[in-house]
Design a protein around this ligand. Structure first.
Ligand SMILES: *Cc1c(COP(=O)(O)O)cnc(C)c1O
Length: 415
């Protein structure tokens, strides 16, 4: 135990420059968010909820104005009625893709829940009829990453020149894959290329886990549309539900028209409990993301020192908050997640079991002893329970909590 605290102190010294860079990032993004709050003139009355149709719901309208400003986008559709990011991602895809349109994923296979909504054959439809995008005649293709880290620009160039797909899909974060996150620089380069060869193609970024990990967001470097979860980074650990869609105004309008109805678009939508936590969460988000980035660096460094394969390495550039650690066995993985659970503020006494989570093909084990159910901006660890046994750890409202949890994973076993 004392040994570990000693090695944590050493790691903090060794990687001091990395920790300082995270402080700088946090300051930059805090300034950006604060400036947007000021520019949008957010007032306490914008926290109030409304009922029924929610016409002229000033909180909802202000929140969307603020999100557009923070993401440097023309428009935002931020709704607490989105049940998850998957919901928002799939609604956005459905809004943009008509029969015979093409979508190409250029970061390999998308996140499980999104992939199963696209592919006809891969879905367990649970007895209902097939509502996947393919079942409506949308055509799907994918270009894999080179060595699991960079976009295959030549292949993307060839594909986009030949097919002019309606949607070019990028997933910024690693998902359940042993790969790096796609950086903002890479998103910029590929967006420019795609727009040059196929001006009508839309660059769509799944931005989950990426927000505030760099100084710019995808919509500031050429992405046409970008989607993420409010119970991950931009909710700052305070938002209780919801997701956002930001980007080009005509594209965002298409999404709201699809979500509600063609002539209602974003003009309705009430939320009786009000919006304070969502505003406050966005204000907190740069700091919260920095806490979880520091936690990720610490997990990376300590496990790396002990001979484990980790991705990213402690001093690697980061464009998402997730840290992958390759563990040696199923038992080690299950124990790791159980230790994270046991050092959680909520449900710490529960013993985790792998389960058939809806939308995933493999059994998932998930430590999420969180205030907001399943919120992975709070410290959480999850993994498909199959080889290779990779734990994906992310979030952390405080760096201190990450530290305590790390210590537990190294000192305790559940057996
Ligand atoms: C979490 C995540 C999703 C899905 O988000 P949910 O809110 O769990 O539906 C999609 N893509 C990526 C990259 C994610 O990290």
């Amino acid at each position: 135990m004392q040994d570990i605290e000693q090695s944590i102190k050493q790691v903090e010294k060794k990687y001091q420059a990395i920790f300082e860079a995270i402080d700088d990032l946090s300051l930059f993004n805090q300034r950006k968010v604060l400036e947007c709050f000021k520019e949008c003139r957010v007032e306490a009355r914008h926290f109030n909820g409304t009922t029924g149709y929610g016409y002229d719901d000033i909180g909802r309208i202000k929140l969307e104005e603020l999100y557009a400003a923070v993401f440097g986008a023309q428009s935002a559709f931020v709704r607490l009625q989105f049940g998850s990011a998957t919901h928002a991602l799939v609604i956005t895809l459905r809004a943009l893709l008509k029969p015979n349109d093409r979508i190409v994923s250029i970061t390999g296979q998308p996140y499980d829940t999104v992939y199963s909504a696209i592919r006809s054959s891969s879905t367990g439809q649970g007895g209902c009829s097939d509502t996947s995008l393919e079942s409506y005649g949308v055509k799907y293709d994918q270009v894999d990453l080179i060595d699991g880290s960079s976009i295959d620009l030549d292949q993307v160039n060839d594909y986009v020149s030949a097919h002019h797909p309606r949607v070019v899909f990028l997933q910024r974060s690693r998902g359940y894959q042993w790969r790096e996150a796609i950086t903002i620089d890479q998103i910029k380069e590929v967006s420019n290329m795609i727009h040059d060869i196929s001006p009508d193609s839309l660059v769509f970024v799944d931005n989950c886990y990426g927000e505030f990990t760099e100084t710019l967001e995808p919509t500031q470097v050429g992405a046409d549309i970008c989607v993420g979860s409010l119970i991950k980074n931009p909710g700052g650990g305070l938002a209780a539900t919801g997701a956002y869609v930001v980007g080009r105004k005509d594209v965002v309008d298409t999404v709201s028209a699809f979500f509600y109805s063609p002539n209602l678009r974003d003009e309705i939508g009430s939320y009786e409990s009000g919006y304070r936590m969502v505003f406050q969460g966005l204000f907190m988000a740069p700091h919260t993301v920095a806490q979880s980035l520091k936690g990720a660096v610490l997990f990376s460094a300590i496990y790396h020192d002990r001979g484990y394969s980790v991705m990213p390495l402690p001093n690697s550039y980061r464009s998402d908050i997730t840290q992958s650690i390759l563990l040696q066995s199923r038992e080690e993985l299950v124990n790791f997640c159980n230790q994270v659970q046991s050092t959680s503020p909520i449900d710490s006494h529960l013993e985790l079991e792998p389960w058939d989570m809806p939308g995933y093909t493999e059994k998932i084990i998930m430590a999420a002893g969180t205030f907001v159910q399943g919120a992975s901006i709070e410290l959480s660890a999850d993994a498909p329970v199959s080889e290779p046994y990779i734990a994906y750890i992310q979030g952390g409202l405080t760096y201190e909590h990450c530290k305590l949890s790390l210590i537990a994973t190294l000192t305790n076993t559940t057996e």
